[in-house]
Structure formats: structure tokens, C-alpha cells
Design a protein around this ligand. Structure first.
Ligand SMILES: NC(=O)c1ccc[n+]([C@@H]2O[C@H](COP(=O)([O-])OP(=O)(O)OC[C@H]3O[C@@H](n4cnc5c(N)ncnc54)[C@H](O)[C@@H]3O)[C@@H](O)[C@H]2O)c1
Length: 273
């Protein structure tokens, strides 16, 4: 990749993308990270040997891609304060912020095109998934560049309607947390039934890994894979009956809807002015 990418924000997700890109062979000298928190910069410098700066304007100076990885609440100030400079150098702006509309970011940037996307934390291991959205100002070259960067750390897909980004965020952006919660709950259940913490954790984590890997590799649907584990009158059936009787599907569906609603709400609270 022959791009110079400026990361604005080197927190959890910035670090995941940087770690994933470097693991895939990106040259650290092509990546610069700006963050006001010195320990974050020191850790990124030590671990990845990327250039780090405390000032956003310094980071974007020579960049042809600016990857916005700050919290949604920070985005307007960050982009507006860079406007004068980026209007001169015209980098591609890529936002990973939940909720915030591409048109709002575009306006704060003085009219530059913006690719809005939603990656997820497994990008760090090169097995993330990113959904991207581009409005009419975004060129084919912009799209290709964004896809090249996010595609280096996992699967990519484009959505045509920006409203779908709220659902995407609820499914794959937040999704790793749902799976981590499930691992936590399996681990706790194992412990409460008498397993040692180490054994309970190993069983829970390896089972999640194996199941995810199998779902990824198999041509069978997740429902079919589930049925293959579930012997009639057996142990799995006993557990699944209990979950179904307690409305696990409805609860989960409502939880995901709450995440999507929060994404839409963030756009209203923090954008459109
Ligand atoms: N964490 C995830 O799994 C995830 C997944 C997809 C998208 N996102 C999106 O990524 C963005 C960052 O989330 P995160 O979880 O990495 O948050 P984070 O708090 O871990 O990281 C944000 C970073 O931005 C830095 N920062 C704050 N103000 C800044 C400023 N003015 N200029 C430059 N840097 C500044 C902070 O010091 C921090 O290191 C959010 O918009 C979030 O919606 C997060």
C-alpha cells in the first residue's frame, strides 16, 4: 500500500486498525497517529513503530488519507478544526464513527467527500468485517482506496442506503461485544458448576473460536450447524429449550434494535447543524 494514512485517534479502534494493517505488511513509516493522550502515543510508537504526534494538524499535513477514529462526540470539533488545512491538501476522509452521517462530516470538512464505514475490533487480527457507505460526492477512486485500506484487515462490503449503517453498527460494529459476553457467561456458568477458572475460560474461548471458525468455513447455515450439535433428547436440547422458553431470540433482537436506535440518535444529537 503506497498511501500515507493519518489516524486521528489512537484508541481501541485506531489501534486495532493500525495493528491489523501492520500485521498485513503495511510500512509503519506510512502511518501517523495523532492523539492528545501521551501514553497512547507512546504505546503505539513502542509496539508498531508508527510516527506519533499530539497535534492533529501535524498528522494530516502529508497524508492522502485521514482516518477519523475519535468518538462521535469529538468528531465535529476535530474535523472543523482541520477544515482549512484539508481543503488545501484534499485527502480522502474515512470516518469510522458510529452514527455520524457522511453528509455532516462532509459539511464540517468544507465539502470534501467522505467515506463512512463501520469496521470492528477483530480487524486487529486481520479478521474484521467492515461495511462502507459512500454518498454521491465520493468517486470510484475514493471507494477503491477505502476498500483497499479496510480490506487489508478483513472482509468488506458496501451498503447503498446510509440508514443501513445503523443496523450494521448494531450487528457487526457492536457484535464482538455480544460474543464476548457469551464467552463470559459460558465461563461463569462453568465456574459456578465447579470448573476451575482456567479450565472454564479455556473451554469457553476455544468453543467460541471453533464455532466461529466453523460457521465461517462451512457451507451449512448456522441453524443447520446448531441442529447438528443438538441430539434428540440430549444435553444441547435441554439447554436450548430453556433459552427458547425464556425468549432469548426476542431479547436478542430487542437488544440489537436498541443499538441501531442509539446509532440513529447519535446522528441527531451530534450532527445536522
Ligand atoms: N471500539 C470499537 O469496537 C469500534 C468499532 C467500530 C467503530 N468504532 C468507532 O471508532 C471511534 C473510536 O472508538 P474507540 O472505541 O477507539 O474509542 P477510544 O476512546 O478507545 O479512542 C478514541 C481516541 O481518540 C482520542 N482523542 C480524543 N479527542 C481527540 C482529539 N480531539 N483528537 C485526536 N484524538 C482524540 C482519545 O485520546 C482516544 O485515544 C468511535 O467513533 C466509535 O464509534 C469503535
Amino acid at each position: 500500500m503506497k498511501q500515507r494514512i493519518a489516524f486521528i485517534g489512537g484508541g481501541n479502534m485506531g489501534r486495532s486498525l493500525i495493528g491489523g494493517l501492520i500485521a498485513k505488511g503495511a510500512d509503519p513509516s506510512q502511518l501517523v497517529v495523532a492523539d492528545p493522550y501521551a501514553p497512547t502515543l507512546q504505546a503505539l510508537q513502542a509496539q508498531y513503530n508508527v510516527q506519533t504526534v499530539s497535534n492533529n494538524a501535524d498528522a494530516v499535513r502529508d497524508a492522502n488519507v485521514v482516518l477519523l477514529a475519535v468518538k462521535p462526540q469529538e468528531l465535529r470539533n476535530v474535523v472543523s478544526s482541520l477544515q482549512e488545512q484539508i481543503l488545501r491538501t484534499r485527502p480522502l476522509l474515512i470516518s469510522i464513527a458510529a452514527g455520524i452521517l457522511a453528509t455532516d462530516i462532509q459539511r464540517w470538512a468544507g465539502g470534501l467527500p467522505v467515506v463512512r464505514c463501520m469496521p470492528n475490533r477483530p480487524a486487529m487480527q486481520g479478521c474484521g468485517v467492515t461495511a462502507l457507505y459512500a454518498n454521491e460526492l465520493v468517486t470510484e477512486a475514493n471507494r477503491a482506496l477505502a476498500e483497499q485500506i479496510l480490506g487489508a484487515v478483513g472482509a468488506t462490503l458496501w451498503v447503498e442506503r446510509e440508514t443501513d449503517m445503523d443496523t450494521v453498527t448494531a450487528i457487526s460494529g457492536s457484535g464482538p461485544a455480544y460474543f464476548f459476553l457469551l464467552i463470559e457467561m459460558l465461563e461463569a456458568a462453568g465456574q459456578s458448576l465447579g470448573l476451575s477458572p482456567d479450565v472454564a475460560r479455556k473451554l469457553a474461548v476455544e468453543t467460541a473460536y471453533g464455532s466461529g471458525f466453523m460457521a465461517h468455513e462451512s457451507s451449512d447455515s448456522p441453524a443447520t450447524l446448531r441442529q447438528q450439535v443438538t441430539s434428540k433428547g440430549g444435553t444441547t436440547e435441554a439447554a436450548l429449550k430453556h433459552l427458547e422458553a425464556n425468549n432469548v431470540r426476542a431479547i436478542f433482537s430487542q437488544a440489537v434494535a436498541a443499538a441501531a436506535q442509539r446509532s440513529a440518535q447519535l446522528a441527531k444529537e451530534l450532527g445536522s447543524t
